[in-house]
Write a protein that binds this ligand. Structure first.
Ligand SMILES: [Zn+2]
Length: 281
């Protein structure tokens, strides 16, 4: 295979300024009459109270702090906005929902952090159906993890995505935790790969300010996850056979802009990876 086959270059992202413009240009959703959630349909596991608009409050329903909760509770607000969003999206893209109802053909597999600020489809200015997603705390890929492994295999082998993206971000809580030395229970084994990256790069990280070190570790973590991705036979085969591209990104949560990492490999590294990880049926 050629070096270009494993070249890690993005061809689908806008330049940062364009990305910011597109995000800024997203249409605002209009709020209308809130959805009524009958009391009997509220999940026993829900931690939020149902809310009602003034016109639909059922007789006998009691609601405390109605004005405050209807304007600040994001679950209730999201349910209210969903119908407007669906209607507006259908107006702007009449074929979208009927097409999606028949199946999906995403071009991108996104491996990112669970962080609420890192909503991949929104930050890319794309639509439902465009991005197949796996997110977890600190976008860590454990080599033996069934969840991420199944997502990667399904996306590459069956959905035949054209791009795999590993995206880290600034101000990542998982990275901050791995930079500290507090016991965190179940998070400790999860963050272990991140601590191992920290260990291997300790000299570099210790020369940086805390903020710079966290950003550096986030970047190193993306590179580590890319290593795990490109050690999978299904990914190596797709790179060789149909030009699957693999990308590393950092999302700046303070600006909304994505920064692409140069993660291209040397011919020597590519050869070694193929020798070590390519397998046959
Ligand atoms: Zn994060």
């Amino acid at each position: 295979m050629s070096a270009a086959g494993l070249a890690i270059r993005s061809r689908f992202l806008a330049r940062p300024s364009e990305a910011a413009h597109r995000i800024a240009g997203q249409p605002l959703l209009l709020a209308s009459c809130p959805v009524v959630i009958p009391a009997h349909r509220v999940s026993p596991f829900s931690t939020s109270a149902p809310s009602y608009c003034a016109n639909h409050k059922p007789s006998g329903a009691t609601q405390t702090n109605s004005t405050a909760s209807s304007t600040t509770d994001k679950y209730a607000a999201g349910l209210r906005k969903n119908k407007d969003w669906a209607a507006q999206t259908a107006r702007e893209h009449p074929e979208l929902f009927p097409t999606l109802a028949t199946g999906q053909q995403p071009q991108i597999l996104w491996l990112g952090c669970s962080d609420s600020r890192c909503a991949e489809t929104s930050m890319l200015g794309l639509l439902p159906g465009d991005v197949f997603v796996h997110r977890n705390i600190a976008n860590i890929l454990h080599p033996g993890d069934l969840s991420s492994g199944a997502v990667i295999e399904y996306a590459v082998k069956h959905l035949r995505v054209k791009h795999i993206v590993v995206c880290g971000h600034t101000s990542c809580g998982g990275v901050a935790a791995a930079m500290g030395n507090k016991q965190l229970g179940i998070l400790d084994p999860w963050l272990l790969p991140l601590r191992q990256v920290r260990e291997r790069n300790l000299a570099v990280l210790q020369k940086l300010s805390p903020v710079e070190a966290a950003e550096k570790l986030a970047e190193l973590n993306v590179r580590e996850s890319l290593n795990v991705v490109t050690q999978k036979d299904v990914v190596l085969s797709a790179i060789q056979e149909r030009g699957l591209q693999v990308h590393g990104l950092i999302y700046e949560v303070g600006s909304g802009v994505l920064r692409e990492l140069d993660t291209s490999d040397s011919d020597e590294a590519i050869k070694a990876r193929l020798v070590a990880f390519k397998t046959d049926a």
